[in-house]
Design a protein around this ligand. Structure first.
Ligand code: KG4
Ligand code: ZN
Length: 374
């Protein structure tokens, strides 16, 4: 099947590192949500090519991702995305050492498309195959490329162990990353993820999908002190999150505001005040995590943020400040590696390949697959 209307983005290449010892090339494939993406990454941290086909315009009119439409769109896109990824790197499949793809967690129809494509390529060419956990893709990509909050040119080396704030559309967790495949859960959301909170508040305000980028933009123009949103759990010990109360408070505030008062200034102030509440929850919970016995005993040198929400500049800045306070390094992926992408899957594929974690018997993709079950 071919889709003549496919609009794909060439994310370009990124050569920042020189060769060190044996050099491997990994083709990584991502299809767990609404991006069909592939990349070729080498073991020296160079991205040779990176293609993303974003389905966002197809889901926008429904206000969120429609799983069945996503799965069909992945089927239409996957062959072209992989072919173009090889072409842009000036490679053929024979040049590839390892094939990796997301095997979960995610929307299972989409995961199956990428996983079956990768399995077919690996079997037909007799190459090693890695089943990548999508969350591990987010968790490890700061080791491929990382920047500080304010300087997109900085290349920070992120060594194990590190303390990770993983905030995406589907997940919100604080993890101690001991190594590849070794994750200790320190805290997690009891209800919505941070990304979901951004998306739901944006939907209430009629700002469209996905909500995070537009709320972030509006927040930069608004007064964060105009409205008071709750900071759930922040007066309690522990590292868990709860965002549903902020969302309910947003709904109630909107319901009691007359529609004639909902102008541009109101929306900007609303976004700024809401975002501030999310930022405060994240810093409060991370602060507790940094006092947690399990964290203190391994003394992580770097505080890291990853996942789609890591694009948020207020969150990046607040976390950098927190890291400075604790004499830690702060690292975040560059903006284009925060949201779902093939490069993070290729990199996680290489990291797993290096420790021998390749597929030895058939793998069933998983809609749910916690990082603590690797
Ligand atoms: O990691 P991701 O691409 O997909 C999942 O694995 O879920 O994350 C997508 C999430 C969406 O909820 C989106 O609204 C959020 O990341 N997001 C942001 C920003 N950019 C994307 N949230 C806050 N601020 C942003 N600038
Ligand atoms: Zn993701």
């Amino acid at each position: 099947m071919k889709n003549e209307k496919l609009i794909i983005t060439d994310m370009g290449s990124d050569f920042g590192h020189t060769s060190s010892g044996k050099h491997f090339l990994c083709l990584g494939i991502e299809s767990s949500c609404d991006e069909t993406s592939a990349a070729i990454v080498d073991s020296d941290k160079n991205i040779l090519s990176h293609i993303i086909y974003s389905q966002i315009p197809e889901h926008q009119k429904y206000g969120g991702v429609v799983p069945e439409l996503a799965a069909r769109a992945h089927i239409l896109a996957i062959d072209d995305v992989i072919k173009l990824t090889l072409e842009r790197a000036n490679k053929t499949i024979d040049d590839i050492d390892v094939v990796a793809a997301t095997a979960g967690p995610g929307l299972i129809g989409g995961v199956l498309v990428g996983w079956m494509a990768a399995t077919g390529i690996a079997n037909a060419t007799n190459k090693p195959l890695v089943a990548v956990n999508h969350l591990e893709g987010h968790a490890l990509v700061p080791r491929l490329k990382a920047t500080s909050a304010g300087d997109s040119a900085t290349n920070i080396d992120v060594e194990f162990p590190y303390l990770l704030m993983l905030a995406s559309g589907g997940h919100c967790q604080i993890l101690l990353v001991h190594g590849v495949g070794k994750y200790e859960l320190i805290g997690q959301t009891l209800d919505d993820s941070a990304g979901e909170a951004f998306d739901k508040v944006a939907k209430m305000l009629g700002l469209g999908y996905p909500g995070g980028p537009v709320v972030d933009k509006r927040a930069q123009l608004g007064d964060k002190k105009r409205f008071v949103f709750p900071r759930p759990l922040c007066d309690k010990p522990g590292c868990d999150f709860s965002f549903s109360g902020i969302k309910t408070a947003a709904r109630m505030l909107l319901d009691k505001t007359s529609s004639s008062d909902i102008n541009e200034e109101f929306i900007n102030d609303f976004c700024a005040s809401f975002q501030m509440a999310v930022v405060d929850c994240i810093t409060n919970r991370l602060n507790n995590a940094l006092h947690d016995k399990r964290v203190k005993s391994v003394k992580p040198g770097t505080l890291v943020v990853a996942g789609g929400v890591a694009k948020n500049s207020a969150i990046r800045n607040a976390m950098e400040e927190l890291a400075n306070k604790y004499n830690m390094q702060f690292a975040a992926p560059p903006m284009n590696l925060c949201t779902d992408n093939g490069a993070m899957i290729a990199w996680a594929g290489l990291e797993n390949y290096k420790i021998g974690n390749i597929v030895k018997e058939p793998v069933a993709p998983r809609p749910r697959w916690p990082l603590t079950e690797l």
